[in-house]
Ligand binder design. Sequence first.
Ligand code: KG4
Ligand code: ZN
Length: 350
Amino acid sequence: MSGFLTLGIETSCDDTAVAVVRNGWEVLSELLSSQARDHAPFGGVVPEFAARRHLETLLPLVDAALREAGVSGRELSLIAVTRGPGLMGSLLVGVEAALALSQAWGVPVLGVNHLEGHLFASLSESGPTPPFLSLIVSGGHTEIVQVDAFGRYILLGATRDDAAGEAYDKVAKVMGLGYPGGPEIDRLADKGNSSAFAFPVPLKNTNRVEFSFSGLKTALLQQVEKIKKETGGVLPPEALPHLCASFQRAVTEALLTKTVLAVQMTGIKTVTASGGVAANSALRRALSEVSDLRIFLPSPPRCTDNAVMIASAGYSAWTRGVRPSSRLTADPSLFQFTTTHGKLRANASK
Ligand code: KG4
Ligand code: ZN
């Protein structure tokens, strides 16, 4: 098959995902095995369990993705695999499998930063091109990054404590909802009154791009306790939509306020959003309604973890000359921001 063929592999958390992508954007196959149901009884991801499931699932999924794309392993131009940040055991499965396949097929392998992957999920062949701002809102991260060029990222601000998705998951647990909490809260919020509870919008009036969700989480917890006290220890199901809608309003307003602040600070009016929370219907609506902005949002399945975004980010790194320098390793805390020339700059793909 002609063209530059990238096999993307993503195993940083609890989804095993594989994709074959031609010339950076054209998806030839895309498969994902979700472990959400396995972790649901625990209300969160159990790391050892996640790694074991990746181990069972990954290679059959690679086989199936190649078959669906009509491509053999040796025909590939590149293997792009998430090397961090994420859970060590989960990352190791992906990285070690990618190294073994690279050896077996004689195909180069590049490690991709999971967050750079999310950033690529909002992009396509038709754009946008840098400079633009990227709101990355996932279960592990909440940050706004200025993309000056692909591979040159300046961190404008991040969360001081919990990530937005983490807050969604934790408050869902408090309300007795399933894991992951975001989609269920999104669904219930649709039927609730977002002004029912006056939850605080975290850091709304500071003049910095920054987030904090742990206080909001506590406010919801206290409200739940208060309701339970009044009802003899049970949370009535009819309270759930209003709690969800009010919580979602506060999160959305915090994300929106700081995105608008970042636009004002930089003068950059093209904004992408990605990561699991970018699938949230209220956030998508709110971002799309800001006048004078060009907003790019991935489809909801491409907001959450997937391998197409890893393949696209790997392809971009390869085309700008990034090559494997030493043996690829997993790095659970990758994307440590460092200061360069007085600016905060992120490590891109390695
Ligand atoms: O990007 P992602 O799949 O994994 C990480 O890299 O963390 O994001 C998962 C997070 C979870 O916290 C999940 O609850 C949240 O994204 N999420 C949502 C929605 N769909 C997924 N949060 C709010 N609304 C949604 N519709
Ligand atoms: Zn992610």
